[in-house]
Design a binder for this molecule. Structure first.
Ligand SMILES: [Zn+2]
Length: 42
């Protein structure tokens, strides 16, 4: 199974993905979107 960034959908083929958890679910976020999540733009 391919891991994708939860925000932009990019895969680990193209960018570094970081694993994280939200509400008990394993999610992945890329290094580009991580700052967006940290700053809570949505
Ligand atoms: Zn992303």
């Amino acid at each position: 199974m391919e891991n994708k960034c939860l925000n932009c959908g990019i895969t680990s083929e193209d960018v570094v993905l970081l694993s994280c958890q939200y509400k008990g679910e394993a999610l992945y976020v890329c290094v580009k979107c991580l700052p967006i999540l940290i700053h809570g733009s949505h």
